[in-house]
Design a protein around this ligand. Structure first.
Ligand code: 13P
Length: 264
């Protein structure tokens, strides 16, 4: 059993702007083979992919036809249900494609699309309203780290995101230090644990002790097969949100098989 107790570890691949729908079909099929070949125990780990919007229908068709044990979700969702919002995608549409999850507030959305805590909170509410599990991303920049220390910004971001969330809501939190994303310089397992423990306290304050015990907190930022074990040994880290390494089938499959090298 893992150190996360009753929380099912989640290994999530955020593809970002990579792989079209044809590539997605080939990728998910091969990933499923790889996990099956390695006899991955899906009672002990949940594996999820987050393809671009245009791939999701193809992934849904494949996963449902072949009953693949792979979850999927979107990388963003509109805070609106319907209406004159050019380019937006509603949570209702994602639910209709049987998405389980949606990433919200990724640092690339916060930075490149100026999404503030208010938008993140509204998108979290929209996801929950439509029966999607929000994967709420928080994390500090290198400047924040220097100025405010490791937890202040992630704690403030998560507090804002959870302001109007119901105590029984199913959520996932992803701690992604911005300085670790795509940099090849992952946080140390101890750094990830320190912030994850603080974020669990935030969940406890906002949603109560039961929610805090049940909520999975992921680490993201330069996760690879050769460093996943250190993160998964931490009591408050329940999985990983993987970017670059999620686009390499062997690497992502190896990360998903962390039990084989984590020793827990
Ligand atoms: P990398 O794994 O490429 O650092 O990206 C992390 C990330 O942003 C996942 O959402």
């Amino acid at each position: 059993m893992t150190t996360t107790g009753t929380r099912l570890p989640l290994i999530a691949g955020n593809w970002k702007l990579n792989l079209d729908h044809l590539q997605a079909i080939a990728f998910v099929q091969k990933l499923a083979w790889s996990l099956k070949d390695a006899a991955v125990d899906f009672d002990a780990v949940e594996v999820a992919v987050f393809p671009p919007f245009t791939d999701i229908r193809s992934v849904q068709t494949l996963v449902s036809a072949d009953k693949l044990p792979i979850a999927y979700g979107a990388q963003d969702v509109s805070q609106h249900d319907t209406g004159a919002y050019t380019g937006e995608i509603s949570g209702a549409f994602l639910k209709a494609l049987e998405c389980r999850y949606v990433i919200i507030g990724h640092s690339e959305r916060r930075t490149l699309h100026a999404e503030g805590d208010d938008v993140v909170a509204a998108k979290t509410a929209a996801a929950l309203k439509h029966g999607l599990v929000p994967v709420i991303c928080v994390g500090e920049t290198a400047d924040d780290l220097e100025t405010h220390g490791p937890s202040a910004v992630p704690v403030a971001q998560l507090t804002a995101a959870l302001a109007d969330v119901a105590a029984d809501a199913d959520i996932v939190v992803a701690y992604e230090p911005v300085w670790a994303i795509g940099s090849g310089k992952a946080a140390t397992p101890e750094q990830a644990e320190q912030v994850a423990a603080r974020l669990r306290e935030v969940v406890a304050e906002a949603l109560g002790a039961d929610a805090a015990a049940a909520t999975r907190i992921l680490y993201g930022g330069s996760v690879k097969a050769n460093n996943i074990a250190g993160f998964m040994r931490q009591p408050n880290v329940d999985g990983a949100l993987v970017g670059g390494a999620s686009l390499d089938i062997q690497e992502f499959s190896a990360i998903s098989r962390f039990h084989q090298h984590v020793g827990v």
